[in-house]
Every structure is written in structure tokens, then in C-alpha cells.
Design a protein. Structure first.
Length: 277
């Protein structure tokens, strides 16, 4: 079974040459940067074959470090990059976006206040249309506006949409996740929507193996099918080890068949992003 992590942030230390962004961005998840060299070591220990690299918010709109890693280790890394949706110059980048070695699509976050309105005020409309036109898959993180993702996928039926973190947000931590997952399940009827089962330990207050997560993952797999569910860790902020993130799905969720696990742990993402195993 090929194991592919659908999301890990990597970054370098803050420096005058490469300052971290502090306005409308998260703080680095770790005091010591998670470089791609360090990530490779962690992958090897945990038995993870490949990783999708997602440039973090504190790196602004720079994709260069992640792309450098993917170009140096093309058998281990690929990138879901980003552009500012409110910059007219971004539109010119899309026709050749997937021609960049190592680039597989976009991961767009609407978490921070500066981008909240883009889902409703028309700022992002051009982006969805052009990604559909150029067949560029998009991972979307909109924890406070998950329903909007469904509307985008419905309007653009040819757009490959991947919903981050099972549509959850930190406000659900320690609470019943059912209402949040219910919104996600309403998208299952649209064949152009897939789900990242990523960062899940961050949304519950219990300890490994997180029994409260099992029922929700089962609902998602039953609704979407394993072929549209992708395992991921968001490793830099995970409360458990990399290996435990793997075994949470491969050993603890006994409702998953061997075929389910093969799809969820790697085949689904490889298929959706056209990154052949």
C-alpha cells in the first residue's frame, strides 16, 4: 500500500531574506521549522511514501520552497500552491500553472479575515471558472463557510474540488461533530467533490485512538466512497506522532476494508491529482 499524506506545511526559519508574514496569518506551528529534510526523516520513520506540500500562511504567497523540495525529491513530494485571488496578475498564472514541475493544483484558504469575503463578494469567481477551464484541482479550506464550497462545486461541475479537514473547524473541538459533518455529506451527490480526512485529531478533545472520530469518518466514507476520501495529517500541528496518524486509519478504524484503506491512504489522492503511483 502506497501511503500519501494529503497535507503537510514546510517552512524555513524567519530571516531578513525570508521574513514570516504576521498580518492575517497563523503563527508557525513549531518553534523549529519543519524543513523538507526534516520531513523526509519523519516520513521514513513513519512509513509515509509521499506528501503533498502546502505552503503555510506565514510564508505569504510564496510557493518556491515547496516547489524546490518537490523538484529535488520528485518521488516523495508534490505541491498544492496558492495565489492571491484579489490580485489581477494571478489570472495570468493559471494557464501554465500545472506546467511547473512538481505542481499539482491549488490549496486556497479562507480562514483569515482578509479572505473571508472572497467567497461571497465575487472576488474569487474568476478563479473557480479558470480552474475548471484549465482542469486544475483545488483544495479548499473554508472552516467558517463550508456550505459555500458546495455552491462552488455545483456551479462548476467540471472543477475538481477537495474539501479540507472534513469541513470541520476548531469551534467543534470537544463537541459533537455530527452537525459539521452533516454539511459536508450534502456534497456527496456531486461527483466532482472529494474530501480530505486531514488534521482530524485537532478537532476532538479525547486521546488516541479518538473513538469519537471513527463514526464520523465512517459516515464520510459511506457517503462519498473511499475513492473520494484522502488521508492527511497537517503534521506540524498534530498532537500525535506521525506513525500514530498512520495507524489511526490503518489499524484503529476496523470498519475500513483493506481496499478502503488502500484508496484512502494514497490511491484516491494519486488519482484525483493525477500523480501516478
Amino acid at each position: 500500500m502506497t501511503i500519501i499524506d494529503a497535507q503537510v506545511h514546510i517552512w524555513q526559519a524567519h530571516s531578513p531574506e525570508r521574513p514570516h508574514i504576521t498580518e492575517d496569518a497563523s503563527k508557525p506551528h513549531r518553534e523549529n521549522p519543519l524543513t523538507y529534510e526534516r520531513l523526509l526523516e519523519e516520513m521514513n520513520r513513519a512509513g509515509v511514501d509521499r506528501v503533498i506540500l502546502v505552503p503555510p500562511s506565514w510564508d505569504g504567497y510564496r510557493n518556491d520552497y515547496a516547489l524546490a523540495a518537490a523538484q529535488k525529491y520528485s518521488d516523495r513530494f508534490a505541491v498544492m500552491g496558492k495565489v492571491p485571488l484579489n490580485d489581477p496578475a494571478s489570472k495570468d498564472k493559471l494557464p501554465a500553472w500545472l506546467k511547473q514541475p512538481g505542481m499539482k493544483g491549488f490549496r486556497i484558504s479562507f480562514r483569515h479575515s482578509g479572505t473571508h469575503s472572497f467567497l461571497d463578494d465575487g472576488t474569487a469567481d474568476w478563479f473557480w471558472a479558470d480552474c475548471e477551464r484549465y482542469d486544475i484541482p483545488v483544495m479548499i479550506f473554508a472552516p467558517f463557510a463550508v456550505a459555500a464550497i458546495g455552491k462552488i462545486a455545483q456551479r462548476h461541475s467540471g472543477l475538481r474540488v477537495i474539501v479540507d479537514h472534513m469541513g470541520l473547524n476548531v469551534q467543534w473541538r470537544g463537541k459533537d461533530l455530527t452537525p459539521g459533518v452533516d454539511v459536508l455529506l450534502s456534497f456527496a451527490r456531486m461527483p466532482n467533490v472529494a474530501v480530505k480526512a486531514s488534521c482530524l485529531p485537532c478537532y476532538v478533545a479525547e486521546n488516541y485512538p479518538y473513538p469519537a472520530l471513527h463514526a464520523q469518518v465512517r459516515r464520510v466514507v459511506e457517503a462519498f466512497g473511499a475513492q473520494r476520501v484522502m488521508w492527511g495529517t497537517d503534521l506540524s500541528q498534530s498532537p500525535i506522532s506521525y506513525r500514530q496518524n498512520v495507524t489511526l486509519f490503518t489499524e484503529e478504524m476496523d470498519f475500513l476494508s483493506a481496499d478502503d484503506k488502500e484508496w484512502i491512504m494514497g490511491k484516491s489522492l494519486a488519482h484525483w491529482l493525477r500523480w501516478p503511483i
